[in-house]
Design a protein around this ligand. Sequence first.
Ligand code: SF4
Length: 458
Amino acid sequence: MGQTLTEKILARAAGKARTEPGENIWVNVDVLMTHDVCGPGTIGVFKQHFGPTARVWDRDRVVIIPDHYIFTKDEKARRNIEILREFAREQQLPYFYDVGTERYKGVCHIALPEEGHTRPGEVLLGTDSHTCTAGAFGEFATGVGNTDAGFVLGTGKIWLKVPPTLCFVYEGNPPPWITAKDLILATIGLIGCDGATYKAMEFRGDALAQLGAIAADFAGTAVNERGVRFNPLIEERMTLCNMVIEAGGKNGVIEPDDVTIEFVEERMKAAGTYRPYEPLKSDKDATYEAVYTIRVDELEPVVARPHSPDNTAAVSELAGEPLDRAYIGSCTGGKLFDMIAAARILAGHTVKIDTYVVPATSEILQALDRVRLNGKTLRQVFEDAGCIIGPPSCGACLGGPLDTLGRLNEPLRCISSTNRNFPGRMGHKEAQVFLASPLTVAASAVRGAITDPRELLP
Ligand code: SF4
């Protein structure tokens, strides 16, 4: 009997011919990522159990990306970054992307592929629940707690239960107003926030080769000083995998194809992080726990109402709901694709409500000055529309210290391209957050109320 992609990756990482869902196995880890929120705790566990002078199992496989509480005066947040600095120095870690240096990146889940740390067939763990984003590259990627991460730092291994796999097949041609964010919100609305608890979510179907259409004319544009090219399709696949955790998923995964290989090869070579890897695919006779088919050409833009990502509705059901704020940013909705999609709507308009644009990484921030829409840079489009552009980081996606740009410090009604809308997630406990695609967020910013992006798309 065949195996799913997730089962095959885990079997190989465990040195076994095959695995079964529910089986507990020791897995060799290819990359461990941590950041400023969980890094200090992970380092503490590592030192407590392996000794104050212990060395990490493989310094080339540890990646530290401060990104959460970066642009703040909060002393505890700054102390966390100091701990990361001390550890990176002590362990001589080559992949520490420190704040205040040219190496600073921004949101870890976007920085990892930018810097060539995501490879098909590998096992990537991170001390952050949205580590699942990297499943877009055909690898097993999931979040772990500080205790597990501390153990991985010392041994390079983790004890894992193999998840069963749910298969989601997206069929049809996505119309230009349908983004991966709409697809994943529709999927979470379908199965619920616990619909994939401790399960792999494998995404398949014709539509996966056609995502990103609204930014397709920018594909191939150089986005950094290394000449690396923009790939809207890959960015959209990342958005799909990013939000599997909102359905309780252990990991999300997409089989690698030529586009994936081209992307990871280019990134690794440009960043100097190349190492051989072996892509895997699901067997044709793989056993899935369930298969869901979703017609993307029949979808309307989707919005998740407060206070849960599965509280979804078609945008037309919510049209006219008044708003106080719009936010475009995060690992889900702050990639270059999201910037271009939002700019398509905002060009030539003025926003009616406070609108924050926070690029996920410094590369994306720089691309705002490189990429032009109708003769204007994206930065000019946003500034002319009245948006406030923030520095690359997690920003207000998870609230953060009170001085975080864009944080909801009052009980505001906000529409956001981020991934969570639990009470207090973006700051004030009584704030209401609506999750939507960058197109819907931008259209709603222009009208000051929830708006179907089709009304404003040129
Ligand atoms: S951008 Fe938001 S969801 Fe993504 S890693 Fe940062 S805090 Fe988490």
